[in-house]
Design a binder for this molecule. Structure first.
Ligand code: MG
Length: 334
């Protein structure tokens, strides 16, 4: 009993812990900084300062259409660094495992972490594993911290300005709705797949084409929260043109079924970017040429005329205020 699943001994720091590390984690997460297994990883960074971020991942179910908790953990951390203008380099991986978790599930998640890290060009350099009693967690949780660096090609963003155009890099709401649909077992005619993706490559391509002044990834609270944060933090008005926002039919159908405003639903592979007006066409072209920006659109702009408000010009020719999400609409989607 227990040979193919996580037991409390795996978290005890003894032989079972060591075996878990040697047989299930290290072979997939090979890194020169990780290999010595010191008490902390030693890494080199250029002199321009670092960006540092941390996030915990508790998504349920841990596997969903288009990804799993491992891919999500790497993407979420990489994207938080990339949108600040930094080049993501190093991640940590903290695992909280529930007693009874099949080792095959852990293997699948670690393989996904490794594959996504490879795709994003980042290294997992430090980690930790804890095991809690059966019932004290739901399978597994992950915490990742990330370090990004600034260099000549990755300078800090200057901040948004009135007149900037707003670029949205993809379709809205797919991640949150795909997770909810999987959890609720909703019968779907068409595939609804999470957009979960590491976006540092897309960001580099866009920055190479023109000046981006501000970015945020549209995660919890969706596009509405990112836009309201932009408006409030910088005293600017945000205007979106509903017609220019991309929403997949399957996402629109599930959002309606669940009674959700798609502007409030999380993505894990979509960025809202403010772009210098004269560069907007070139940046859009660069985004659309990238695999994760094919559905990018210029969907609005920044104005001085209604500071701290987000206004949507609707398809039928009206206007409505877009508020921040209040309360928790979709629990455990990331
Ligand atoms: Mg973020």
């Amino acid at each position: 009993m227990g040979g193919d699943m996580i037991t409390l001994a795996h978290g005890g720091g003894g032989i079972a812990s060591r075996r878990l590390l040697r047989e299930h984690l290290l072979p997939r997460l090979d890194s020169e900084a990780l290999r010595p297994l010191g008490d902390s990883a030693l890494v080199d960074v250029p002199p321009g300062g670092i960006a540092l971020t941390t996030d915990s991942y508790v998504v349920r179910p841990w596997r969903f259409p288009g990804g799993d908790i491992g891919r999500l953990a790497v993407c979420g951390t990489v994207n938080d660094l990339a949108v600040m203008g930094a080049r993501p380099l190093y991640l940590t991986l903290g695992l909280i495992l529930e007693e009874g978790l099949p080792l095959a599930d852990l293997d699948a998640v670690i393989a996904s972490v490794a594959e996504t890290a490879r795709e994003a060009g980042v290294e997992v350099v430090a980690g930790d594993t804890k095991v809690v009693n059966r019932g004290d967690a739901d399978g597994l949780y992950i915490n990742t911290s990330g370090i990004g660096v600034f260099d000549d090609a990755h300078v800090r963003l200057p901040g948004p300005r009135a007149g900037d155009r707003l670029l949205v890099t993809g379709a809205l709401g797919d991640h949150g709705l795909a997770v909810m649909a999987a959890r609720e077992g909703l019968p779907l005619k068409s595939a609804l797949v999470s957009d979960c993706a590491p976006l540092n490559g897309l960001v580099e391509a866009m920055r190479g084409a023109g000046e981006i002044t501000w970015m945020r990834d549209c995660t919890r609270g969706g596009l509405a929260s990112a836009a309201n944060e932009l408006a409030a933090d910088h005293g600017l008005g945000v205007r979106f043109i509903e017609e220019d926002l991309v929403v997949h039919d399957a996402a629109a159908a599930v959002a309606e079924l669940l009674g959700l405003d798609i502007l409030h639903v999380a993505n894990e592979g979509v960025i809202l970017a403010a772009v210098a007006e004269g560069d907007a066409g070139r940046v859009l072209g660069a985004a659309r040429a990238h695999a994760y920006g094919r559905e990018a659109s210029l969907a609005g702009g920044l104005t001085k005329s209604h500071p701290r408000r987000v206004v949507l010009e609707t398809v039928i020719g009206g206007e409505r205020i877009v508020d921040m999400l209040t309360g928790e609409q979709l629990p455990r989607i990331c």
